[in-house]
Design a binder for this molecule. Structure first.
Ligand code: RRO
Length: 316
């Protein structure tokens, strides 16, 4: 195969075309308008906003994010400008010149999530909701995605509150029984068009030997892990949910720092790929670098488009 053929990283899904397959993970580089503007100006193919609550929040006390040689731990605690701020941004963003905009919603109650969904529907914008079922960092609030009954109830309410396509951000699961139980619930909802796998692995503990202390303040040091720590877990969740959710799309998130991990996620079945920890460390320039690396890897393998290998991970 000649190695000078053109490579196309574009993705068509949710009835829209994206110029590439990479965008930010919610929470990273997307709390403030200037950050979102920088993403828009970068090689990111779409944007997602910081998970919004109805009212603005300062989040947890600092230090609340700590990079490590293998990734990151965070307990931000949902600091955000409040739903109205991101809705206003979405109004001005419009169709974004072909880069889809996703609004991440993380209401503190089911009623709050439904209120935000109703207001988004009333606004009649092209922006798509990704409802966060998996924030690990609000003290006293368990991750909704680990409560199957509460998740089933929430999805029924989302269907009633919102008439369009929507997605959910899932926590990582670690057992086939849990993949199957969650998939059975998700498959009852036709307009649930995508799931994003995975949020950070919740409630890890990073220990600093020199100080003999934890590295973040909230929850006595417990926080969500991202980066290299989570790549195999993310890939397992992407592959399993791709198998279990026919007709829905899976967005891969977890451990992507080069074209190689983006390739792995797509091989496992991901439609698109989000970047979190690496974006936090490197800034929006990461998108052009990772896209170029993915294109080079595809060229070396003789692939022209993502459909040539998406979901074709071989088993032994
Ligand atoms: O703000 C956070 O602490 C946070 C959220 Br909402 C989330 O969904 N995942 C995460 O790792 N941190």
């Amino acid at each position: 195969m000649s190695d000078d053929h053109a490579v196309d990283l574009s993705v068509t899904w949710l009835g829209r075309a994206m110029p590439g397959c990479l965008y930010n993970a919610s929470g990273v580089w997307c709390r403030e308008e200037d950050e979102l503007a920088a993403l828009r100006a970068s090689a990111a193919a779409a944007l997602i906003t910081k998970s919004a609550t109805l009212a603005p929040r300062d989040g947890n006390p600092e230090p609340r994010y700590h990079p490590t040689p293998l990734g990151s731990i965070n307990s931000m605690g949902l600091p955000n400008r409040g739903f109205d701020y991101y809705l206003d941004f979405a109004r001005r963003y419009g169709d974004g010149g072909g880069k889809p905009l996703f609004l991440s919603l993380s209401g503190l109650t089911l009623d709050d999530n439904c209120a935000m969904l109703r207001r988004l529907a009333e606004a009649g914008l092209p922006a798509l909701p990704e409802i966060n079922l998996s924030c690990p960092n609000v003290p006293g609030k368990p991750q909704l995605g680990y409560d199957f009954g509460a998740t089933a109830e929430a999805l029924d309410a989302f269907d009633a509150a919102y008439p369009g396509l929507y997605g959910v951000k899932l926590p990582p699961y670690f057992d086939p029984a849990h993949f199957a139980a969650m998939a059975e619930i998700l498959n009852r909802h036709r307009r649930l068009a995508f799931v994003t796998c995975i949020n950070s692995i919740g409630n890890g503990l990073v220990v600093d030997v020199d100080s003999e202390a934890v590295v973040i303040k909230p929850k006595d040091g417990l926080g969500g892990l991202g980066g290299d720590y989570v790549l195999p877990t993310a890939l397992a969740n992407v592959r399993e949910f791709c198998r279990l959710l026919p007709g829905k799309d899976v967005v891969g998130c977890g451990g992507v720092k080069s074209g190689r991990e983006a390739f792995m996620h797509i091989l496992a079945g991901a439609r698109a790929v989000q970047v979190g920890t690496c974006l936090h460390q490197e800034g929006p320039g990461a998108f052009a670098r990772i896209a170029a690396e993915l294109a080079a890897l595809m060229r070396a393998k003789g692939y022209r488009r993502l459909d040539d290998f998406r979901g074709r991970l071989r088993t032994l």
